[in-house]
Write a protein that binds this ligand. Sequence first.
Ligand code: ZN
Length: 171
Amino acid sequence: MEIKAVCVLKDEHDVYPHPHNLQDPVSGVAGTIAFESQKNGTVLIKGIITGLTHGKHGLHVCAFGNLFNGYHSIGPHFNPRKKTHGGQQDEERHVGDLGNVEANEEGVAEFQVEDHLVSLSGTESIIGRAVVIRAEEDDLGKGGNEESLITGNATTGLAWGVIGIAEVVAK
Ligand code: ZN
């Protein structure tokens, strides 16, 4: 079975004018990320995000798809294996740790990565959870402080969205 999923990233201030959100500056960041299960068991992740500052920005799958209060209500990084925060290639990482994407001078990050832990089915599926793009670079757990092992010091969310099923092909 081949599963395709999609996540539309928005800053959502227009959709949920919740008091908490109104304290956050409007980021103007938006994007789309497509997920596709591969025959080798990995998931191909392809995306484009615009409106960013030049440089690296952390990208995370968080535990909940609850956008009631924007990125404040999507919970911690998705971590069904009870690990500490890390980079995509690390043994010690959250399932939701997708590392960094890098925006060019126009503020556009276009990326394509394969991930061996992310899954679109089963008990550790990321479907129905949320993706968030961060204001700062993710230090991948190597920042030398306590927060580094939790969030990678990637700070606030700029845009977020729920991962939904786009297509299921029976094979
Ligand atoms: Zn993490």
